[in-house]
Ligand binder design. Structure first.
Ligand SMILES: [Zn+2]
Length: 380
């Protein structure tokens, strides 16, 4: 009951927030990160929910509302490409932190229409979802207490995937996890081929390097974890480059898994945190498209500010702060073919946030959020 009341309250807050402000907003003389590069001293105009203009700063430019952007950086709303969400409150937590698009990687099929209905409500991140991931009876994804369809004697890999498309899935998630009964490679190939026949991308959970290397040779589009069992060789990285998949490595998630193994003295082969970061560095240097995702609520990871921790871990692995910002913006948009997120360019929806300082030089400044806008309206 308390959860239900919270849900209703969240909706009311969202509706009142979307009823405010109209007209043009000028953010003047600001540093702009547009999803791939930095421009200094520009004027950005939001109008009718979109980015209406980006021009060199001119002191006499007018608008209905003006914000001084000096010393600040404007960025596209961030994308978290690996979450699990049940309630609108999770979308609100993300939006408040500047995370305006979340990508669910295994969810109840019944929550998809409820969460997608908040697309035009200001206080909530936009929700994209795989719905339930492709798994088998007793497999990973079936242990969370929600009704989970599986590939079994009744439902083929093909009909499972067709069902997800019918549910409204934006992409198809595969749960390859050999610590339990798991979907086999033949079934995975069918899921991928069926997804592609319906113009959906197919992405996979992995935890073991051997599965990553095996799936690099398939038509899979991306991985939504990196392995944690052992370091890769040069030849294996080359196989991944050859495969062309993008990767959402969920560094924070894997780091917490490794820390848990170590605290429990678990006898499971695993990388050290140092080795995990070295794997990220190898993937980045090899040119693999890396995308930010944090897998909340697993391991007590939150839906909002923990995405900044993921960006900081990318920097710790050796990436420049600018490259790290791309993992939650342009890289994600490229990986998932997103049309309305990840970029701040003229004509795009004005999903953006303003921070103090310069996160393209000091990644910690991404946390200094001053304002968040969804479709040009302030997220309170
Ligand atoms: Zn997950």
């Amino acid at each position: 009951m308390r959860r239900f009341i919270f849900l209703i309250l969240s909706c009311i807050v969202g509706l009142s927030a979307s009823a405010q402000e109209s007209g043009s907003l000028l953010i003047q003389n600001v540093r702009l990160f547009d999803g791939e590069s930095i421009s200094e001293g520009v004027d950005v105009v939001f109008e009718n929910g979109k980015v209406a203009a980006i021009q060199a700063h001119a002191p006499d430019r007018q608008a209905d509302q003006i914000i001084d952007g000096k010393g600040k950086t404007l960025l596209p709303g961030l994308i978290n490409a690996h979450v699990h969400i049940w309630f609108p409150a999770h979308l609100a937590e993300a939006a408040k932190a500047g995370v305006l698009t979340v990508m669910d990687m295994h969810a109840s099929r019944f929550s998809i229409p409820i969460l997608k209905a908040l697309k035009d409500s200001t206080g909530f991140a936009n929700y994209l979802s795989a719905g339930p991931g492709a798994t088998v009876p007793g497999g990973h994804g079936t242990q969370f207490g929600m009704p989970t369809p599986t590939i079994d004697s009744v439902t083929s890999a093909k009909s499972f995937t067709v069902d997800r498309v019918a549910d409204g899935a934006d992409y198809i998630k595969i749960l390859r996890e050999p610590s339990r009964p798991t979907i086999n490679f033949e079934q995975i190939d069918t899921v991928i081929a069926t997804a592609h026949a319906h113009e959906k991308l197919a992405v996979s959970h992995i935890s073991r390097k051997a599965d990553g290397i095996r799936l690099a040779a398939s038509d899979l589009d991306g991985f939504v974890h990196i392995w944690f069992d052992e370091p890769s060789t040069k030849a294996e990285i080359e196989a991944l480059v050859e495969g062309g998949q993008f990767m959402v490595p969920t560094i924070l998630t894997n780091k917490r898994v490794i820390e848990y193994f170590e605290a429990q003295n678990q006898d499971i082969p695993h990388l050290s945190v140092e080795q995990l970061l070295a794997e990220i560095k190898k993937l980045h240097e090899a040119g693999i498209n890396l995308v930010a995702g944090t897998d909340p609520p697993n391991l007590n990871i939150n839906y909002g500010t923990d995405l900044f921790t993921e960006l900081e871990l990318f920097v710790e692995s050796g990436m420049s702060p600018l490259e790290a910002l791309k993992t939650a913006t342009g890289n994600a948009a490229k990986a998932f073919h997103l049309q309305e997120a990840g970029w701040l360019k003229v004509g795009m929806p004005a999903h953006a946030f303003l921070v103090d300082g310069n996160p393209s030089e000091n990644i910690g400044d991404a946390r200094q959020v001053v304002h968040v806008w969804k479709a040009g309206k302030i997220v309170k």
